[in-house]
Design a protein around this ligand. Structure first.
Ligand code: HEC
Ligand code: HEC
Length: 225
C-alpha cells in the first residue's frame, strides 16, 4: 500500500516539476536566449537597453549610434519587431541622429529563430507606469486635419496618401505605423517626447493641442497603413 502511495506521490511531483518548468519558463527562456543573442551580436554597441539615470547631455546623445531600445516592449508591436529584425528595411529616410546623410540601409539582419528570441527579449523592456488601453487605432478625420493641416506633422514624416508616399524626411517614416507602433506608446511619446528621444527636431505639442486632441491624433497615427 505505502509503495503505491509513494509511486503516486512521486508521479505527482514529477508532473508538477514538468509543469513548473515548462509553463512559465517557455517565454522567459526565449527572452533569456534573445538577450544572449543581443549581447553576442553587439547590438548593445549602438542601442541602450536601460533607462538612463539622468537626461544625457547633447554631446552624449550624439554618440548614440542607434535609437534607444530601453522602452522597445512598450513602443513596438512584437510581430513587427520579429519581422523587421529578419529583413530590416529603413525606417528613417535620414541616417540616425543626422539630418544630412541618407540612411545607409545596412542594419544587421538576424535569422528567423534569433529574431524571434530577440523580439521576445525586447518585448520585456517596458516603460514603468505607461497606461495601456487608452488609445484605439482609428482613421478619424479630426486626427487627419491635425496631422496634415493644423500641426503639419507631415512636414517631417512620410505617410501613405492613396497610392503615393508623401511627406518630409527628417523624422521616422510613419508608413505602416499601425503595424509598427503601439497606440498607447504614440500617445505617451507625444505627451513626453523628451523622455524617449531627448534631442530631436520634433516640437513638443503639450499646451498647443489639448490632451483629448492628442489622443485622437495618436489613434489616427496608430491607424496608418
Ligand atoms: C552599428 C550600429 C547598430 C548595430 C550594431 C545595431 N543597430 Fe539596430 N539600429 C541602428 C540604427 C541606426 C537604427 C535606425 C534604423 C532605421 O531607422 O532604419 C536601428 C534600428 C533598430 C531597431 C528599430 C528601432 C526604432 O526605433 O526604429 C531595432 C529594434 C534594432 N535596431 C535592433 C537591433 C538589434 C537586435 C541589433 C543586433 C542584432 C542591432 N539593432 C544592431 C543601429 C545599429
Ligand atoms: C520638425 C520635424 C518634425 C515635426 C514637425 C514632427 N515630427 Fe515627429 N519626429 C521627428 C523626429 C526627428 C523624430 C524622432 C527621431 C528618431 O527617433 O530618429 C520624430 C518621432 C516621431 C514619432 C516616433 C516614431 C518612431 O518610430 O520612433 C511619432 C509617432 C511622431 N514623431 C509623430 C509626430 C506627429 C503626430 C507630429 C505632429 C503633431 C510630428 N511627429 C511632428 C520630427 C518631427
Amino acid at each position: 500500500m505505502s509503495g503505491v502511495i509513494k509511486t503516486v506521490s512521486l508521479a505527482v511531483s514529477v508532473l508538477l516539476c514538468v509543469f513548473l518548468l515548462s509553463v512559465p519558463g517557455a517565454s522567459g527562456g526565449m527572452a533569456a536566449e534573445g538577450r544572449r543573442v543581443f549581447v553576442e551580436r553587439g547590438c548593445g554597441e549602438c542601442h541602450t537597453t536601460e533607462r538612463p539615470l539622468r537626461r544625457p547631455t547633447f554631446e552624449e546623445f550624439l554618440t548614440e549610434k542607434g535609437p534607444p531600445l530601453w522602452y522597445a516592449g512598450s513602443k513596438f508591436r512584437k510581430g513587427w519587431l520579429k519581422e523587421w529584425l529578419t529583413s530590416p528595411e529603413p525606417v528613417r529616410p535620414m541616417a540616425y541622429n543626422s539630418l544630412k546623410e541618407r540612411n545607409p540601409d545596412n542594419h544587421p539582419a538576424l535569422g528567423s529563430k534569433e529574431a524571434e528570441a530577440v523580439a521576445e527579449y525586447l518585448a520585456t523592456l517596458k516603460v514603468e507606469g505607461l497606461k495601456r488601453g487608452v488609445v484605439r487605432p482609428e482613421k478619424n478625420v479630426r486626427g487627419r486635419i491635425i496631422f496634415e493641416k493644423k500641426l503639419g506633422c507631415y512636414g517631417c514624416h512620410l505617410v501613405r496618401k492613396g497610392r503615393r508616399i508623401v511627406g518630409g524626411l527628417s523624422g521616422p517614416s510613419l508608413v505602416g505605423a499601425g503595424r509598427r507602433l503601439e497606440p498607447d506608446w504614440i500617445y505617451a511619446f507625444l505627451k513626453d517626447k523628451n523622455l524617449f528621444v531627448p534631442y530631436t527636431s520634433m516640437p513638443v505639442y503639450v499646451g498647443i493641442i489639448t490632451d483629448r486632441e492628442m489622443r485622437i491624433l495618436s489613434g489616427y497615427v496608430a491607424s496608418m497603413e
